[in-house]
Design a protein around this ligand. Sequence first.
Ligand code: SAH
Length: 393
Amino acid sequence: MDNLSNRKKQALCPVAKKCGGCRYTDTPYKEQLKIKQKRAEQLIKEFGKVKPILGMDEPAHYRNKVHAVFDFQKGKGIVSGIYQEKSHRVVPVEGCLLEEERAGKIILSIRELAKSFKIKAYDEDSGYGLLRHVLVRVGHATGEIMVVLVLGSPVLPSKKNFVNELCKLHPEITTILINVNNKRTSMVLGAKEQVIYGKGYIEDVLCGKRFKISAKSFYQVNSVQTEVLYRQAAQYAGLTGKETVVDAYCGIGTIALSVAEQAGKVIGVELNGDAVRDAVANAKRNQIKNADFYQNDAGRFLTQMAEAGEKVDVVFMDPPRSGSTKEFLDALIRISPKRVVYISCEPQTLARDLQYLTANSGYRMEEAVPVDMFPFTEEIEMVCLLSQKKGKG
Ligand code: SAH
C-alpha cells in the first residue's frame, strides 16, 4: 500500500495534473488520512468530538462506477477519458488509479470496437456523431457488471454484432443498456434507456443484504468503505428492535434495509423515482416487511410527518453535497427524534447544518467519525451522531 503511495505523481498517474480528480497521487496514504483528519477537525470540532478517520487497507481501484467520455481527436481518432479539470477538453485515459480495473478494461475494448464498427464519437459542439459516454458499474461482491452506452441518438448500428463482440471479449458483463442523451448538458445520462443485453440492472451485496441497482440510481462508489460507514452509522443509531426509523435521502434503500431487522419499522424517502423503485424491490428481495419507501423531497416529506404528528425515534440523513435544507432541519426539530445520524459527503455543508441545528434546537453533536470513502482525492465523508441535550427538546 505505502509502496504504491510513496511513488511519484508521474509514475502513479500520467494524467493526474490534467484530470484534477486526484489531489494526493504523490502523497503517502497515511499522510492523506492525516490531512483529511485535520480538515474534518477544523470544520467540525467546535460541535463535538471527532474520532480518528477510518481508512482503507488497500486504497487503490476502489471505484465501482466508472465513467468515460468519448471524443474524436485529430491524429488520434476516437479517444476515451475524462474532462480536463474545469473544461470540456477530453484527456485520453488508459487506466486510472481509482477505478475498478475490470471496468477500465471494458472501456478500452469499447474504444477499439467503436473503431472497427465505425461508430463515431459524439461532438458536443455540433451534435454530430453517436457515442458520448460509457458508464460501467461493477457489483463488488457479486461481480455482476453493467455497461451503459450513452448515445446522442437512439440507434446503434449493428447493435447485435456489437453486443456479441463486446460480450465475447468480456464474458463478465451481465447487462448492457443504451441511454439516449441528445441534450447540451453536463449530465451524463439522459432520460430514455433501452436494455440491449441481460436484465437491465446489476445486483450487489452490502451488509449481508442484496441490492438491485439501476443505471440512474445512486449507489455508493466505494463498497468496502460503505460497509465501514454503515456499520458506524448503525452503531450510532443504537437500535433495539422497537424504533421507528426514517432514512432520509435513502437512494436505493441501503441504509434503511441494512438496519430494518434491528428496528420496529423503517421509512425511506428519496427524490429519484428509479432509486425508490429499486428500494421497494430491494425490500422484497430481502424479505423485509417493515420498510416503506416514498418518492418525495426529503424536506417536504419530513414536514408532512411533523404536521401529522408522527413519532420517530431515529433519523438517518445522508443528503447530497449541497447538504440538507432549512425546511428539513425545521421539521427534524419539530419531530424531535432521540437520535439523528447525519452522514455527509461535504463537511462544509455538514458544519453549516450543525450550526443551524445547535443554534435552533436542543441537539448537540456527540461524536463524529470521518470515513475515507475516496482515497487520493480531497473528498471527505463523515458520519456523526446528534442527540438532544438533557433537560431540553
Ligand atoms: N443513503 C443513500 C444515498 C445517499 S446520496 C446511500 O448511502 O446510498 C443522496 C441521495 O439523495 C441521492 O440518492 C439523491 O437522489 C437524493 N436526493 C437529492 N436531493 C434530494 C431531496 N431534496 N429529497 C430527497 N432525496 C434527495
